[in-house]
Design a protein around this ligand. Structure first.
Ligand code: GDP
Ligand code: MG
Length: 170
């Protein structure tokens, strides 16, 4: 008789958003529990990371793909979108254009991703309070307009990082 979670789900997840918003850093924080300061290469991603989370006694294996390079041209390959079951869409709370570009990202996502893809909007770099240009309620409003959940995260301090990925798995 099984006493431990046996049901396994596999969720293909991709990180999208403008270059520099902290996609790679967020994944490193989630995977390794640490923050490596300084920019990661804009063109060489770390590929993907597998991570198992347990939600409601069910094991969920997240395979998380980090997009790199392509985001500068806002043309993440369509195959990338087509297979994704979940998308973490990031902007940087200290960078207005990364926030303004969210609408364009969503347009592209709706064009190419599966209809039932799970989308979560994340305002990253929440630790940089003194340089904030996008208020939390602006993020909440945008998320509401597009009927997607929203959180502010920090890849640096780790705040809400685990929660964001677990919410996606759930
Ligand atoms: P990507 O291009 O979206 O993958 O962004 P990176 O992960 O390479 O991060 C871009 C820059 O922002 C780097 O200098 C990171 O150290 C920094 N960064 C990323 N996330 C955070 C964060 O949550 N807080 C702070 N203070 N810096 C961050
Ligand atoms: Mg990156």
């Amino acid at each position: 008789e099984e006493r431990f979670p046996v049901t396994s789900h596999f969720v293909l997840t991709i990180l999208v958003g403008d270059s520099g918003v902290g996609k790679t850093s967020l994944l490193v924080q989630f995977d390794q529990g640490k923050f490596i300061p300084g920019s990661f290469s804009a063109t060489v991603g770390i590929g993907f990371t597998n991570k198992v989370v347990t939600v409601d006694n069910v094991k969920v294996k997240l395979q998380i793909w980090d997009t790199a390079g392509q985001e500068r041209f806002r043309s993440v390959t369509h195959a990338y979108y087509r297979d994704a079951q979940a998308l973490l869409l990031l902007y940087d709370i200290t960078n207005k254009s990364s926030f303004d570009n969210i609408r364009a990202w969503l347009t592209e996502i709706h064009e190419y991703a599966q209809q039932d893809v799970v989308i979560m909007l994340l305002g990253n770099k929440a630790d940089m309070a003194s340089e904030r240009v996008i208020r939390r309620d602006e993020g909440e409003k945008l998320a509401r307009e597009h009927s997607v959940p929203f959180m502010e995260t920090s890849a640096k301090t780790g705040v809400n990082v685990e929660l964001a990925f677990t919410a996606v798995a759930k």
